[in-house]
Design a protein. Sequence first.
Length: 116
Amino acid sequence: MHGLFQYPAMMVPQMQREILAVLCSEVHEPARLWDPFVGSGTTLDCAMDLGLDFTGRDINPLAVLICRVKTGPYHLNAFEASANRVCTRAVLDRGRKIEILFPNWRKWFRHDVAVA
């Protein structure tokens, strides 16, 4: 799940998991984690992997959305059906018109890529 979204200043998951594992080995009661700047949820992921109780907050609504997606529930059949519909439409789409424009789109896409 760590590659779900490239959030700025992401924590290194391997390092965070090791830190949490060491802390859990020293605490002799059920551990509860609080992350006031949850960001993309690296600590959340590691806490879930270790079976720990976790609470996180963030003022960034994107961070909250990413964490909600990461915690599921996962409806894999619905996801697969939706992915198949998107792929089928992409293969069948022969349009050459740019249908959705947003400010400064040329900064991110060449014209030939935008219509491809």
